[in-house]
Ligand binder design. Structure first.
Ligand code: MG
Length: 394
């Protein structure tokens, strides 16, 4: 650093209140485990969901009363558990949070990776709460803090995974009336014939007015995959997602070259380092980015950057989130050109019995609208949060 740079930095510091100390620091962190009822049972290649989903809500507050919200949406068969998230935030990350300047998110998240391995959902919750506060103080939506938006709306995909397909078909009809035009069919949980029947029926019912996508959630093993995928290709899906287990990278690479439909990696790629290896090993044409896998929006953007350098476009995936975590994903996608395949942020409006946000998550005629208010854009309804709470720490 030369003399001019040092002078510029000291002048900047001197312009801040209290001789360079931040105007406000975080002094409260409340962690709430919630059980959110879901509307229907769902099956997937690697596990089922029914009744309720357990998520963790983080409420940070600064010394001058600004509140930031974060959510972790773990799934025990995919990323982790609510119990582990609550302990990670309360025991291991809380010391980094209390007394911290909410504008130093990059520093805090770097420290979080040093003190705690894994736990990406807990880190995602922390990062989104920090950005929510920073955006509210700065008067800017989170997308603007992440580099600025390159899109104002994101096409919505809704996943079909109800073992009662008649109910799912009615669900799809109502969604088409709502303007939804992308459906992801969860396959590989109840036999190949059932998968073919559902795809056939959807194409017969809606023709080419809808885009179909297929997600196996690791539900096949290598020897059965190729013949089945060739059958699936007859229904012209946009992509086929994670047909085989996450660590079967050679099989992914072989399937990718054997079929014409783009292959998408989800469970195989969590981090930027995973993305780099995926590019080198040529396991996929596309990658699904989820803040719950990457450990936050900035890491998600890094996954996208690595993928983009390798010629791979990305998709905005999610877990069983409320509208709160959807908002973080939405701001990330808005600020990341290469996440260009739409999003699946449908749970808040179409899967949870009730969302946690104080206003309706912004879906309009089949697209999700990126908020323009400061921070994440919508706060949590605290009374509703209390109603779903099963454990509170701090
Ligand atoms: Mg998936």
């Amino acid at each position: 650093m030369n003399v001019d740079q040092e002078r510029a930095l000291s002048e900047t510091e001197g312009s801040l209140p209290d001789g360079g100390r931040p105007a406000a620091v975080i002094d409260r962190a409340a962690i709430t485990v919630v059980q959110l009822p879901v509307r229907t049972p769902r099956k997937h290649g690697i596990g089922d969901v029914s009744g309720k989903t357990a998520n963790v809500i983080l409420r940070l507050q600064t010394t001058d009363g600004i509140v930031g919200w974060g959510e972790a949406a773990p799934w025990p068969v995919f990323t982790g558990t609510a119990e582990a998230v609550a302990a990670a935030l309360d025991v291991h990350l809380r010391p980094l949070i209390i007394g911290a300047d909410p504008f130093r998110a990059t520093e805090i998240m770097t420290k979080a990776d040093r003190v705690l391995v894994g736990h990406p959902e807990a880190k995602a919750a922390l990062e989104m709460a920090l950005y929510d506060i920073a955006g509210k103080i700065a008067g800017l939506p989170v997308a603007e803090l992440l580099g600025g938006r390159c899109r104002d709306t994101v096409p919505l995909s809704v996943s079909l995974a109800n073992p009662d397909f008649d109910a799912d078909l009615e669900f799809a009809r109502s969604l088409v009336e709502d303007g939804v035009r992308i459906f992801k069919v969860k396959t590989g949980f109840s036999g190949h014939a059932f998968d073919i029947h559902r795809l056939e029926t959807l194409r017969a019912t809606f023709g080419d007015t809808i885009d179909l996508r297929v997600d196996y959630n690791q539900g096949m093993v290598g020897h059965e995959a190729l013949r089945r995928l060739r059958d699936i290709e007859a229904f012209a899906p946009d992509f086929i997602e994670q047909p085989v287990p996450a660590d079967h990278w050679d099989t992914m690479a072989q399937l990718r070259t054997a079929i014409d439909t783009p292959l998408l990696a989800d469970e195989s790629v969590f981090t930027p380092a995973d993305a780099l290896r995926a590019v080198k090993a040529q396991i996929a044409d596309l990658i699904s980015i989820k803040v719950m896998k990457s450990g936050g929006m900035r890491r998600g953007q890094e996954v996208s950057a690595v993928a983009e350098a390798g010629g791979i476009a990305c998709y905005g995936g999610d877990m069983f989130e409320s509208g709160l975590a959807h908002l973080a994903g939405l701001h990330m996608i808005a600020a990341t050109p290469n996440i260009s395949l739409g999003c699946e942020f449908y749970q808040a409006n179409y899967y949870l019995a009730e969302d946690l946000l104080a206003e309706r998550f912004p879906v309009d005629n089949g697209v999700v609208v990126v908020p323009r208010k400061p921070g994440l854009g919508i706060d949590v309804d605290e009374a509703r949060l209390a109603g779903f709470a099963v454990e509170t720490r701090g």
